[in-house]
Design a protein around this ligand. Structure first.
Ligand code: UGA
Length: 431
């Protein structure tokens, strides 16, 4: 395999993972960021993202000399054969991705890129962005390639090094092949296509995952009404290889920095193309409703009646991040549910293994241990699926709560264990 000189612009979780993993595959990688303090920390091997194995790969890359960090994109691209753009594309006006960061890197580096360089769009960008980037760049001798990432937070390094597939899109076949060759050692199926299709793969995949989750959340609600058990239902569905077991756990709604942003962006793109994407609209609406439904569940569990008042009810929230294994709070369903509970009048105290006590979260006062979060509460509400919650000392928790009520919005806990501790447990999709 050819060793390439690579520049990665942006050291967020996608950029840093990409840089560290490409270096581990043998390439020479220079990572750039606009944040000087961050560049200094990374150059010392200090990684502030909670991502398994990432710090280890960064340290190995630095020690081998294959990985380095510099301030600003212009310092990274001078002799690069391939430049990865891994800058943020936040949700902008009207739900469409904001490309200001991509545009500013293009402006900064336009006159510095060596002839024959390939620019790779790694960020999730609206269909058509690669063509737009090429137009902004105004360089016939530099190709723009779309190569979307499929990294989950909390397993980004694993996902990078064990990909289900590599997708590379460009209207120039040779540039696409050069990018695909960077990953050759990983032996993954590779889809070579045009830029628009590669960009669409990312949106279509994330929207499909969101749809799967909204679907399962809706089926769970129906299970409750009909007396069926969602865990057995999804197990029975998941053995069908066309469906698969993954992404079938009901929850308080899906969140994070990707699925909400991408579903809204896709809807916006559809609108602009005069296409009414009703299935996707329903996917998003179902998710909004799911959060409110969690509040109704808490209301019923605590007051014993539908529509009962939560005014001055004290609730202990277990889990605040958008999923387990990350400290990321962006678009966290747990926080969305917390905000609704607060609106309904509840007092909230919360614990999360990834957060330190005193973290300012507005409606929730964050404490340092789960037993503190259970003190004098009218119910404990599990909102994030941290596995360690399973092995809490439930008998000890039962002694400190005011009412022995647990609402498990992740179907994480074993109801029998809780029952033995003297607690009643309400979960999703079960009688
Ligand atoms: C997601 C995709 O899974 C990645 O493939 C993609 O690369 C990434 O977005 C991205 O676009 O960068 P991530 O945002 O890290 O990854 O989170 P997921 O693991 O997909 O979880 C999303 C939400 O769904 C979380 O709130 C999670 O708790 C929820 N979820 C997930 C469930 O409620 N049930 C499940 O069975 C699985």
């Amino acid at each position: 395999m050819f060793v390439r000189r690579i520049a990665v612009v942006g050291t967020g979780y996608v950029g840093l993972t990409t840089g560290a993993c490409l270096a581990s595959l043998g390439h020479r990688v220079v990572c750039a960021d606009v944040d000087a303090a961050k560049v200094e920390r990374l150059a010392r091997g200090e990684v502030d993202i909670l991502e398994p194995r990432l710090a280890e790969l960064v340290a190995e890359g630095l020690a081998s000399g294959r990985l380095s960090f510099v301030l600003g994109a212009s310092a990274a691209v001078a002799d690069a054969e391939v430049v990865f753009l891994c800058v943020p594309t936040p949700m902008g006006v009207g739900g469409i991705a904001d490309l200001a960061a991509v545009e500013s890197v293009v402006d900064e580096t336009r006159d510095l890129l060596p002839s024959g360089t390939v620019i790779v769009n790694k960020s999730t960008v609206p269909v058509g962005t690669s063509i737009r980037t090429a137009e902004l760049l105004r360089r016939d001798d530099v190709a723009v390639v779309s190569n979307p990432e499929f990294l989950r937070e909390g397993s980004a390094v694993h996902d990078f090094l064990n990909p289900d597939r590599i997708v590379v899109g460009c209207d120039q076949q040779d540039a696409a092949e050069r990018v695909a060759a960077l990953y050759a050692r990983l032996g993954a199926p590779t889809v070579l296509t045009d830029a628009a299709s590669a960009e669409m793969v990312k949106y279509a995949a994330n929207c499909f995952l969101a749809m799967k989750l909204s679907y399962v959340n809706a089926v769970a609600e129906l299970c409750e009404r009909l007396g069926a058990n969602i865990t057995d239902v999804t197990e029975g569905m998941g053995y069908d290889k066309r469906i698969g077991q993954a992404f079938l756990n009901p929850g308080p709604g899906w969140g994070g920095s990707c699925l909400p942003k991408d579903t809204h962006a896709m809807l916006q793109v559809a609108d602009a193309a005069d296409f009414e994407f009703r299935l996707l609209r329903a996917t998003i609406d179902t998710n909004e409703r799911q959060r409110q439904r969690m509040v109704e569940k808490v209301r019923l569990a605590v007051t014993g009646k539908r529509g009962g008042s939560l005014s001055h009810v004290r609730l202990g929230l277990l889990g605040l991040t958008f999923k387990a294994g990350t400290d990321d709070l962006r678009d966290s369903p747990a926080l969305a549910v917390a905000a609704l509970l607060k609106q309904a009048g509840a007092d909230l105290v919360g614990y999360d293994p990834a957060l330190t006590g005193g973290t300012d979260l507005g409606p929730v006062s964050v404490v340092d241990d789960p037993y503190q979060a259970a003190k004098d509460v009218d119910a404990l509400v599990v909102l994030t699926e941290w596995p360690e919650f399973r092995s809490l000392d439930w008998a000890r928790l039962a002694e400190t709560v005011r009412q022995p009520v647990v609402v498990d919005t992740r179907n994480l806990l074993d109801p029998d264990v809780l029952r033995r501790a003297g607690l009643t447990c309400t979960s999703l999709g079960r009688r």
